[in-house]
Every structure is written in C-alpha cells, then in structure tokens.
Design a protein around this ligand. Structure first.
Ligand SMILES: [Zn+2]
Length: 151
C-alpha cells in the first residue's frame, strides 16, 4: 500500500456529521475526494475545518488534468510534501504533527518511518542506475537528495 493510502482525516466523525453523510477515513479515497473537497461538502463544514480542507485542496488537488482529482497528482504532491518535511529535518512524529496542523490529517508515525526508509532505498537504487549509466551529475543529485532524507 502506498503511504497516501494511510493518510487519514482527523476528526473524521465530526466531519462526517457536518457533511451529514458517512465518508471513508482515508483522505485519498475517491468518496472522500468527492464529498469533502468538492462542491456542497465544503459549505457544510465549520469555519476552522473548512479552512484546512481548502488549504489541502489548493495545495494538492489543484491540477488541471481532465481526470482530476483521480489523475495521481494529488498523491504525488502529498508524497513530495512529506519528503520536503523530512528534508527540513523533521522525524516521523514531527511530520505527523505538522500534517495535522496544516491539513487536519494524520498518519501513524510507524507508517511514515517505513515510507521514509523505502524512499531512501528507492533513491539508492536510482543512484546505482545513474552510476551504471555514467550519469555522474544525476547520481550526485540523487545522492544529495538521499542524504537529505537520511540525516
Ligand atoms: Zn493531475
């Protein structure tokens, strides 16, 4: 399972009751994207919740793809957001805190930890391939990204 399948709505019950419908806990589930982030759903939310939901929508769901929000961009952008927090030096627990403050979402820090480990391994593999190809600059770039994550 991708890490984006393990990102959940905080205050899930409150949000569902404000929307007057049941929605999945998973932020990137189709029904959540439909009901929470589009149209009428937003109007039913209290101000504090709506603000965060709008922030999430404008930061991750704002692409112009025909199939938005099912184009994969939201997930890719969220992964980039996680990696950026890590590159700023945050550990899994702090990353979970920040995503809660920013967007009212949460994950288990163990899931974040294994996501970060996997990312480092993916970068190692990519670095190896770049070296085999003789793409030294690319390899150095990947190595720098990897060090950012592993520090
Ligand atoms: Zn897109």
């Amino acid at each position: 399972m991708a890490i984006t399948d393990k990102i959940y709505l905080k205050n899930h019950r409150q949000i569902a009751s404000q929307l007057e419908t049941s929605i999945p806990k998973g932020v990137f589930k189709g029904a959540t994207l439909d009901l929470l982030f589009q149209g009428e759903g937003l109007e039913k939310l209290d101000d504090a919740t709506r603000e965060r939901v709008l922030d999430f929508a404008s930061d991750f769901l704002d692409c112009a793809c025909d199939t938005n929000p099912y184009c994969g961009c939201p997930e890719r952008k969220f992964v980039a957001y996680l990696l950026e927090l890590r590159a700023q030096g945050l550990g899994p627990d702090a990353i979970v805190d920040v995503m809660g403050d920013d967007y009212l979402v949460y994950a288990y820090s163990g899931d974040i930890l294994s996501f970060l480990d996997n990312s480092v391994r993916t970068l190692e593999a990519a670095e190896g391939l770049a070296r085999v190809d003789g793409a030294r600059e690319k390899a150095a770039e990947i190595d720098a990204a990897k060090r950012d994550l592993a520090k």
